[in-house]
Design a protein around this ligand. Structure first.
Ligand code: F6P
Length: 558
């Protein structure tokens, strides 16, 4: 017997009816005569404060959304995720990123094995490597200490470490040999070429980060890096006994779930960090893929990042649905996408350290939930992941906020900021200026969400306003305040979004842990490359692609 799909369930139908009433309610009306709205719709956990009062919903809406979460068996799904059940059904495996941040004294038995000891064994291997770098003891083939580390990876093997190292750059440990960490992800080699032009091969090491170790973007960068090192180091130092094997051993670390492929590529066994198939690429920054993070902030801060994420995991597991931050953030999204028909979502951090947070979330949310087939293989009859994008809020104010304020699209926004910054700057004059700049930034953050909510009502002006100066408001938003931006609160923030994605996937009945949609593109790119390289016949190609390939050939011929 087929069971009813989520949109056929009572709770969904009740929400659809309720949404018809709410569609004509302007957000500003929800604040009229409701002085306690902020307090009633704000929740705290793990150093984060989530204000959901600017969502276009009432108490009744939230009650019904909580009914929907219960009908979709969200509590059971949370338990199954954290217990290591095979929630990634299309790949028949668990999704256990939460195991990577369990404390050493914990235990997690999954299919007869306690995973915690092997998780911590990998962390200890990472710690030993980091210590060697920070002691200036990791030496290149010519004996000089490594100073620059370039992470070669893409997607989850790039975005998480890139985002976190940027966010926590203030947390570099003192008194250690400095390692500058760089990231090259693009297959066109442009980022890598830039590093090769300015880095010293004697003191540069590459981390090949690839769960599968088959990703062409990363492997093509890796080949270029290998040839650069060998040509530069062996060419100049052959007499000193510098050979290719030594270069490979001292200048490459591999991080992957496939030790065989790392061996085949020539990564020395002692310089391999392995992780597990049950860690999804976009959920992998918490373990060996986080090596660049640990190189920048040190192992102690890396462990604080894990502890912050673990605090959010515990909150997710223990808090009741009505107080559960990931659940509430997910329900706000479901309400907007499925019932208010708002299919765009903007991520707007008001802190330059979070420059790459939106890019990170673009993969986390859209690669996870950009799906249209249920667990049972049926087409969904409702919208799933919205189009999600963003950038630093203060810069976005001078770019796309015009559309948020006066365009024709409804957009949900997440405003993210730390409450306090710069109070630890030593020089009092600079500290005062910088704290003032932070308050200016917060003022902009709060003002923007206010105008987006209230529209013209936010403006204290008499008399009629010309149409082109009017703001309609009514754009819903959530505001997330971090007590401060620390390794622990950043860990909690990332885990909050990971779990939000999972709750939404549970309600939409889709698998957030696979990404079959990107596989076809990779396969077809390989075939197209063979044609471009004259190794396969162009005859079967569609007319448009044939025209583009021929244009390239004509340009190459000059
Ligand atoms: O884009 C597809 C994808 O598989 C992502 O899910 C992943 O993060 C990225 O490629 C990189 O994969 P890998 O770590 O295996 O190189």
């Amino acid at each position: 017997m087929t069971h009813p799909t989520i949109d056929q369930r009572d709770a969904w139908q009740a929400l659809a009816a309720h949404a018809r009433e709410m569609r004509t309610t302007h957000l500003s009306e929800l604040f009229t005569g409701a002085p306690g709205r902020h307090a009633a719709l704000t929740r705290r956990a793990a150093g984060l404060t989530l204000d959901l009062s600017k969502q276009r919903w009432r108490d009744e809406t939230l009650d019904r959304l909580l009914d929907l979460a219960r009908e979709a068996e969200v509590p059971e799904a949370i338990r199954a995720l954290l217990a290591g059940e095979r929630v990634n059904r299309s790949e028949d495996r668990p999704a256990l990123h939460t195991a990577l941040r369990l404390p050493p004294e914990a235990s997690l038995m999954v299919e007869g094995e306690d995973l915690v000891p092997s998780v911590h064994a990998t962390l200890e291997r990472m710690a030993a490597m980091v210590e060697r770098f920070h002691a200036g003891q990791w030496r290149g083939a010519t004996g000089r200490a490594i100073r620059d580390v370039v992470n070669l990876g893409v997607g989850g093997s790039d975005l998480g470490p890139l985002m976190v190292t940027h966010a926590l750059a203030d947390y570099r440990p003192e008194g250690v040999h400095t390692i500058d960490v760089h990231f090259a992800s693009t297959m066109d080699g442009s980022q890598l070429a830039d590093y090769l032009a300015r880095l010293n091969p004697e003191t540069t090491l590459f981390v090949l980060s690839s769960k599968s170790f088959t990703t062409i973007d990363t492997l093509s960068n890796a080949r270029t890096a290998r040839d650069w090192l060998i040509a530069r180091l062996m060419g100049e130092n052959r007499e000193e006994g510098v050979d290719a094997e030594l270069v490979m051993r001292q200048h490459f670390i591999g991080v992957s779930a496939s030790p065989e492929k790392m061996n085949d590529w020539g990564i020395a066994e002692e310089h391999q960090l392995e992780f597990w198939e049950w860690v999804g690429g976009r959920y992998s920054l918490w373990g060996a893929i986080g090596l660049p993070i640990a190189l920048v902030v040190g192992m102690a801060h890396f462990r604080e990042l894990l502890a912050g994420a673990h605090a959010m995991d515990r909150h997710f597991s223990e808090a009741k649905l009505a107080d559960n931050l990931p659940v509430l953030l997910a329900l706000a999204g479901i309400w907007n996408v499925n019932f208010l028909d708002i299919r765009a979502h903007s991520i707007l951090p008001y802190d330059g350290r979070l420059e790459f947070f939106a890019a990170y979330l673009e993969q986390l949310e859209m690669e996870s939930n950009g799906k249209s087939v249920t667990h049972d293989g049926d087409e969904v009859g409702y919208s799933t992941c919205p189009v999600l994008w963003g950038q630093l809020g203060p810069n976005a104010q001078h770019a796309f906020y015009q559309l948020l304020h006066q365009g024709t699209q409804s957009v949900e926004c997440d405003f993210i900021a730390p409450k306090v910054r710069y109070d630890d700057v030593e020089d009092p004059a600079t500290r005062d200026h910088l704290m003032g700049q932070h308050r200016l930034t917060l003022a902009n953050c709060f003002a923007q969400s206010r105008v987006l909510m209230l529209g013209d009502e936010a403006i204290d002006e008499d008399g009629p306003r010309p149409v082109h100066k009017r703001y309609r408001g009514n754009q819903p938003s959530s505001t997330l305040l971090l007590d401060r931006l620390t390794p622990a609160t950043l860990g909690a923030l990332i885990a909050l979004y990971e779990h939000k994605v999972f709750v939404q996937a549970t309600i939409w009945d889709i698998n957030p842990f696979d990404q079959w949609g990107v596989e076809l593109g990779k396969k077809i790119a390989g075939e197209t490359q063979r044609i471009l390289e004259h190794q396969a016949d162009i005859a079967d190609m569609d007319d448009s692609t044939r025209g583009l390939i021929e244009a390239v050939w004509a340009a190459e011929r000059g």
